[in-house]
Each structure stands twice: as C-alpha cells, then as structure tokens.
Write a protein that binds this ligand. Structure first.
Ligand SMILES: Cc1cc2nc3c(=O)[nH]c(=O)nc-3n(C[C@H](O)[C@H](O)[C@H](O)COP(=O)(O)OP(=O)(O)OC[C@H]3O[C@@H](n4cnc5c(N)ncnc54)[C@H](O)[C@@H]3O)c2cc1C
Length: 286
C-alpha cells in the first residue's frame, strides 16, 4: 500500500523544525529514519497531514563525549553508529551489544536512536537501555526546552511517551559507567531481526567479590520498558555468585505482570524473564 497524501517539509534549522511542529501540532509527524513511521503510513495506520523531516537539522547526529560523567547522543544518531560507536568503556560496550539486536542491517543503517525512543515500542532495545541507565531526554519546542527522565518519558502504554505534539526529542544524556561496571544484554526473539519477545539489559557495579549496585531493565513484558527493582535490590551488597543471580532472576520473573499474546502466554514470558535476566547478569559479571 502507499501512504495517504501528505505535505513534506525538510527544515534546515532546529528553529524552523520547531516552528513547523508548532504550526501543525497534531497534524504533523517528525520523520527521522522512517523505519517505523513509513511502514505505519503505508499501512494507513498513521496518516499525518504534514511530515517534518529532520534529516537536515544540524547537530542532531552528534555523540558528545566531552563530559567525563556522561555522554549525550543526538536524536538522529543511527542505530548502526551506536553499534559501531567509539564511546569508551562499559557504556560503549552496552551500546554495541544492544544495537546489534535492533532489527536487520538496513534498518540499523537508517533508523535513529531518538526515533526508537519517541516511537516507544514496548520491545525496543534502546528503550530498555535508556530505562536501565536512567537516561535524561532533552525535548525542545518553540516554548522552550525540558529534560525528562526515562521513567517519566515512557508512559507504560505501548507507543506512548510524554512528548507533546509540537515537541522534538533532540538528545539523550546517559551516565558514563565506571570501569568497575559490567554490562549485559540478552534477548529472545523467534527469528534474528524480529522484535524481542522478552529482553533484558543489565549494568552491574562490582565492589571486589560483591555487587555494589545493579540496574536491570526489561522489554516485552509491559506497555513500556520496566525496571526490575526487586531484582536490583536482591543483588545490592550480595556476593557475585550464581546463587545470587538465580535469586535476582526469580525476583524479576515474580515482579513482572506480562500479558499473553500470539507470541506467547504470560507464563511463557515470565519464564523468559528469568532466563534473560540470568543470561544478562552472567554476562555483566563475567
Ligand atoms: C522489519 C523491521 C524490524 C524492526 N525490528 C526492530 C527491533 O528489533 N527493535 C527495535 O527497537 N526496532 C525495530 N524496528 C524499528 C526501528 O528500530 C526504527 O528505526 C525505530 O523504531 C524508529 O526510528 P526511526 O528513526 O526509523 O523513526 P521514524 O520511523 O522516522 O519515527 C518513528 C516515530 O517517532 C517519531 N519521532 C522520530 N524522531 C523523533 C524525534 N527526534 N522527536 C520526536 N518524535 C520523533 C516519529 O514522528 C514517529 O512517530 C524494526 C523496523 C522494521 C521495519
């Protein structure tokens, strides 16, 4: 199918893009990589009257690494650039191991980090990563700017965020992880390149043989990414052993409340949570 007719704009400045979004409000959609929006338009699931293509807006494709405490990823940075990024340390490793799971190669060439977060698919890898790291999302509109934590950005309803119709996600700030932090990512999908049925992203700070702090985010178990906070608590201050990991994975399976669908029952997803959390924690602790 082909999309319904639409007006196309390719602004050259951020101000111009924000002006168009302000002018057209609900009628307009931002076009980033087009890997979710264009199929939705072709199936007439989305019928925006106006497309604001941000391909030529300067500055949105940068990864800023000057701050020793954080990295800021521009909204238009492509999936592939994050998979093959030059970010040093565990954060770079987490981007690389997570990015390879996002769709197929051609999708990763075009699709963008900000597009994935704004689209907010409950099984999106980048949404889980942003949630695990308590990312801060920078949003702009003609009325100003605001920074929203990942917890508030995703509204726990599929494909829903707190972005207003005239707001543009411009960048995402993520904490640099310390060198004592191990990272892990595990996903179960029926075929390579499919969306996850369940995925887990982990970052675990070690203190010698103990776990100082763990971050665990899950995808595919609710309307948005979910932090497994009981599992995180089950790891804090505990020895980094297989027994501790098993207890945390059991806690994660217990605290989620997935629904069943054609891809699997709720119990099946719960079992997958246990398995994916175990794998991702083992990876982080290895
Ligand atoms: C076959 C297939 C398999 C896929 N598999 C996966 C997968 O396994 N995992 C996964 O995570 N994704 C998957 N995707 C989706 C892909 O990752 C998309 O690239 C991503 O969801 C959207 O990014 P985009 O840049 O393409 O955004 P677009 O498609 O251009 O936009 C998506 C939505 O976000 C809005 N938007 C985009 N950028 C901004 C912004 N800066 N500010 C405000 N709103 C914005 C748009 O208006 C639109 O509503 C798959 C897609 C396909 C076609």
């Amino acid at each position: 199918m082909k999309p319904a007719a639409f007006e196309y704009h390719a602004p050259r400045t951020l101000e111009e893009a924000l002006g168009l979004l302000h002018e057209h409000q609900d009628e307009a959609k931002v076009l980033a990589g087009g890997q979710s929006l264009v199929p939705a338009m072709n199936f007439r699931l989305a019928r925006p009257a106006v497309l604001v293509d941000i391909a030529h807006v300067p500055g949105l494709d940068r990864i800023e690494t000057n701050d020793p405490a954080s990295v800021t990823v521009g909204a238009r940075v492509r999936h592939l650039d994050l998979e093959h990024n030059t970010i040093a340390g565990p954060l770079g490793s987490l981007f690389a191991m997570t990015g390879r799971w996002v769709g197929h190669y051609p999708i990763r060439v075009r699709g963008t980090f900000g597009g994935s977060l704004a689209h907010a698919d409950p099984a999106a890898e980048w949404c889980a990563l942003a949630s695990a790291l308590d990312a801060e999302l920078h949003c702009r509109s003609t009325s100003g700017s605001r920074t929203v934590g990942a917890r508030d950005f995703f509204e726990q309803m599929a494909f829903t965020t707190c972005l207003e119709p005239d707001e543009l996600l411009v960048g995402v700030r993520l904490p640099r992880l310390s060198d004592s932090c191990g990272v892990g990512m595990a996903e179960f999908a029926r075929r390579w390149g499919d969306f996850a049925i369940v995925l887990a992203v982990t970052a675990v700070e070690r203190d010698g043989d103990s776990i100082a702090r763990a971050r665990i985010a899950l995808g595919g178990v609710a309307g948005g990414p979910v932090r497994a906070s009981n599992a995180e608590a089950a790891l804090a201050g505990r020895p980094a052993t297989a027994g501790t990991v098993a207890e945390a994975a059991a806690a994660a399976a217990e605290e989620v409340d997935p629904t069943g669908d054609i891809h699997g029952s709720a119990d099946y997803r719960r079992d997958l949570v246990r398995a994916m959390v175990t794998r991702a924690l083992d990876q982080a602790l290895a």
